[in-house]
Design a protein around this ligand. Structure first.
Ligand SMILES: NC(=O)c1ccc[n+]([C@@H]2O[C@H](COP(=O)([O-])OP(=O)(O)OC[C@H]3O[C@@H](n4cnc5c(N)ncnc54)[C@H](OP(=O)(O)O)[C@@H]3O)[C@@H](O)[C@H]2O)c1
Length: 308
């Protein structure tokens, strides 16, 4: 694979520069003092993608581009062609262009392509492995993501990261999983694998440098339930916080497409990064302790956001 830019230092090219994960990757690379460039090309525009790769001559491509839907993935149900264009045609085009140049691509995909079932019961501790075939295509978003993951497997230059329910320390950031559940009137209560971004994103850059390929469950080890997270919020930030639960059947009435709930196996990622914290420890270290250190500010911002 492409090894050098003349100085033997890696050169990253980020697709998805205006997105959430793309923005966090820029911050992290800047912090590390790494060389990186931002791509403007639409993924599905092969000529434009090639032109940018020839212009910047990256040693590593980070693909954090794709449609995720606004305000949420339900958008994909009514925008199927746009979803196919970005998440399937676009993602494959970039992977294919990189493969032809022997260039490593890290793809920030999703683990929302699995769902607990009779073979993987909730609370059994049995997690879906990288080799397991997706069993959740209940939303159009997940459907396209499951297809693209299975096709990307044929590209030896690609690392596919299964991101799930990403979390950041800012408890008012609307895409943060914790922000969402603090804000909802009612929440389901199911243990899930989740991705604490401040701990895991730097590891993804290291994985790119190591030129890992194939599929990687990109979550902290273990699962945590909605109620356990809300209890942490109550313990660390707001002792007066209360919430109520509803069932998956009741939840189905307020969303369009079903959502996945699952536990992903983390043996592969722990093999690479034995220091990776379990989900609860990671949440405490990267989210709740920093938020508690500026408790009054956090509490005020969250209460304003919730309007209650
Ligand atoms: N956020 C989550 O909850 C979550 C969970 C699991 C996995 N992921 C995955 O992680 C990746 C990044 O997610 P994110 O939350 O950072 O997404 P995001 O905030 O919605 O950003 C998506 C980025 O992709 C770009 N983009 C969309 N279509 C494109 C196209 N056809 N060509 C080029 N760029 C395009 C957008 O640019 P424009 O605005 O210019 O279109 C934007 O910069 C996605 O693959 C997503 O599926 C996200």
């Amino acid at each position: 694979m492409a090894e050098t830019n003349g100085t033997h230092e890696p050169v990253f090219l980020i697709f998805g520069k205006s997105g959430w994960i793309g923005g966090l990757l820029q911050e992290e690379l800047k912090k590390q003092g790494a060389t990186y460039h931002l791509a403007d090309a639409r993924l599905e525009d092969r000529a434009a993608v090639i032109a940018e790769i020839e212009k910047y001559k990256p040693t590593h491509v980070l693909n954090a581009a794709g449609v995720t839907g606004r305000p949420n993935v339900d958008w994909c149900e009514t925008h199927k062609q746009e979803t196919i264009r970005a998440n399937l045609i676009g993602c494959l085009t970039l992977a294919d262009v990189c493969a032809q140049r022997d260039l490593h691509m890290t793809y920030y995909g999703t683990g929302c392509i699995f769902h607990y079932d009779e073979d993987f019961p909730v609370d059994s501790g049995k997690g879906f492995k990288e080799s397991d075939k997706p069993n959740f295509t209940g939303s159009y978003y997940s459907y396209t993501k499951a297809i693209v993951e299975s096709l990307l497997k044929e590209y030896p230059n690609v690392l596919t990261l299964r991101v799930r329910m990403p979390i950041v320390p800012d408890l008012t950031y609307p895409r943060n999983f914790i922000t969402k559940i603090i804000k909802y009137d009612k929440v389901i209560n199911i243990p899930n694998s989740m991705t604490v971004l401040p701990e895991l994103l730097p590891m993804s850059i290291e994985m790119a440098k190591r030129k890992l390929t194939g599929i990687m469950n990109f979550t902290n080890p273990g699962a945590i339930s909605h109620n356990e997270i809300l209890q942490l919020y109550k313990d660390y930030i707001d002792p007066e916080f209360t919430w109520s639960n509803f069932t998956v059947e009741e939840q189905a009435k307020v969303i369009v497409a079903p959502r996945s709930n699952n536990l992903l196996d983390t043996d592969r990622i722990k093999g690479e990064f034995p220091e990776l914290l379990g989900i609860k420890e990671s949440l405490i270290k990267y989210v709740f302790e920093p938020a508690a250190a500026k408790k009054e500010e956090t509490l005020k911002a969250v209460r304003e956001m919730r309007g209650r």
